[in-house]
Design a protein around this ligand. Sequence first.
Ligand SMILES: [Zn+2]
Length: 401
Amino acid sequence: MTSLPMSDYYFRQFEHDGADAPAGRKGRIFSAICQGDAPTRKKLATDMALRPATVSDLVMELIHDGLITESRPAQSLQKGRPEILLTPAPGRLCAVIFHFVSHTMHCAVVDLAGTILFETTEQVQADKIDKQGFIDVLSSLAGKCTAHIPGSAKQCGYALSLPGIVDEPGKRWVYSAYWPKLSDFDLSEVSETLGHDVIVRKNLNCELRARTSRRKSLGTGKTLLIHWGIGIGAAFISNDRELVLTEGFGEIGHCVLDPLSTVSCKCGMIGCMEAEAGLWALATMSQDQSIPINEQKFEDYLQDCTDKSFLKRPLLLMAHTLRNLTLTLMPDEIVLTGPFVQCPETFQRLTERFELIFPEGALVRKGRKPKIVSGRRSKSDELVGAAFDLFRTEIGALCRI
Ligand SMILES: [Zn+2]
């Protein structure tokens, strides 16, 4: 069976009208084909309590749209005409995703199954590139990618998966420590340059949505993702499979835990968490000039580092951040990513400190305790999560009748 990541997110839009309603019926049939094991028309009609002729018509439309294909089983033991099996054709829809790793801009073509059909990169000077230079690189990368989209595929648009503070509905990149000249960047006009729809997403939201979509067992659980790296950011999802906090949420790097702190943040404020515990700040403040301002290199540095005393205050502040967010959001699970928590010793010190300042006996804790895990950032999750809205919209347009 072809596996479609995030398929239950895509198909939720067809459930609102009720299982028997004509509206959304085509989408529900497509959903059954994607989530079933190569069903036949007959099985679909039985399972969905629909007239066989209705199923046949809608299946023909889906084949015409290119969203599914039909095939005969290799060997049929049945007498008479073998039943024709229906399977999804994920290569029919694709999206072009821009994403960023340190100083490199990446651009990838992904299909509905999350398969990367083509990828290209361009190295830039993140601290020097200006808005026009950035748009020029986007155009160049987009040109290379679209040239590799198969003729049978429909491009559903572009998505920018961005680090830092992102205003998704306003299509505005507000701030990123890595890209100082791109602050308050209105990206709504990039659509005109690229000649297609462009959506703007915060990378942590993309990753969290894809990460939680793989879990069937969490039910109505709530997951908080915290990235502790160059900067500090968060994303939160309530697993009713709809709610991702997008507008202005997650800027925990710019909260204050010590009001007497005098450190200056790159965002223009004083005393931000990020300016105390973000990698860029630690590397700048430390006497140790060998601390690299690069997440991968810092992970290696931390593994080899014998004196980790410089992490005492950052760990204290991060543990209090966990307590504050636990009391605010009551997540069932907190996933920590970034180079600090990849070091088992540092991760353990953090969770022990959290236990100490959020003890079992505290009345406010009421027996609730989030499971805290360390995780690695996932490129495939980021790409799939960034393409999600483009694919959902296109599937909605093709299947809503
Ligand atoms: Zn700040």
